[in-house]
Design a protein. Structure first.
Ligand code: HEM
Ligand code: HEM
Length: 185
């Protein structure tokens, strides 16, 4: 198939790396956010709970890095035309969901970072501790964590719409949309 039927290869790799990291962030974030440290530690032990926090923060910071690269590859290279073309409704809906996902996936790590640092907790990235960049401020931290939680649910809704869109193109319309992001064909 002609290369312009696809996003350029690095952009496709970034899509799937971000997809994996988002799923891990949501799974660990929602578990820790719903149960909190104590109840999670009662269920899986405090060592595993700490690993979950570190994993969550590491994936979040990684998403920020990958999204920065992804915005560059999206702006620098041609986006393939849809063949057959999308109708107006499909175009507006898919573009809105994609743009909101971009926005949410840049804001979310920044909020998580700021909430963590203002709460006086370490901003962990694999084995390193990154600079907090903002001073300790527990009240601000609770507000930022509340927004982090709301935005988490907004991402879940956007992802469900995105997955329904992907399924619709793959199983019902059976057009080439899935191929545009595929690593293998
Ligand atoms: C199993 C999960 C997923 C499937 C099957 C899937 C499938 C696709 C497909 C087929 C496209 C191409 C759409 C087009 O050409 O118009 C696409 C684009 C896109 N996907 Fe996904 N996706 C998945 C997960 C995710 C996740 C987790 C995210 C981010 C949170 C995401 C964000 C995007 C964005 C922003 C685009 C727009 C194209 C771009 O600029 O990268 N996707 N996806
Ligand atoms: C796109 C990236 C991210 C996603 C999708 C995400 C998602 C979430 C979600 C859904 C929650 C649960 C909120 C709640 O129910 O109250 C959460 C909690 C949390 N997130 Fe994130 N997050 C991301 C990035 C980050 C980053 C970069 C950090 C810090 C460096 C971070 C630190 C935290 C912490 C400390 C919690 C609180 C857990 C608790 O209440 O005990 N997150 N995150």
């Amino acid at each position: 198939m002609h290369e312009l039927d696809h996003y350029i290869y690095p952009h496709r790799v970034l899509h799937w790396l971000v997809a994996g990291a988002v799923l891990v962030s949501l799974a660990t974030g929602l578990t820790l956010g719903t149960l909190g440290f104590e109840r999670t530690a009662e269920m899986v032990g405090s060592a595993t709970t700490n690993v979950m926090y570190t994993t969550h923060k590491t994936m979040g910071v990684l998403i920020l890095l990958l999204m920065t690269l992804r915005i560059l590859t999206r702006l620098a290279f041609v986006v393939p035309d849809h063949d057959p073309p999308l109708n107006l409704f499909e175009r507006i809906l898919s573009t809105s969901v994609h743009h909101l996902l971009y926005l949410a996936l840049v804001l979310m790590p920044l909020l998580g970072w700021a909430a963590t640092a203002t709460g006086g907790y370490p901003v962990e990235f694999f084995v390193w501790h990154l600079p907090g960049l903002v001073g300790r401020h527990p009240e601000l931290s609770s507000t930022l964590f509340a927004w982090h939680g709301f935005l988490g649910w907004a991402i879940v809704v956007l992802l469900v719409l995105h997955l329904l869109g992907a399924l619709y193109h793959w199983r019902i319309k059976r057009d080439g949309v899935m191929t545009r992001m595929s690593l293998f064909d």
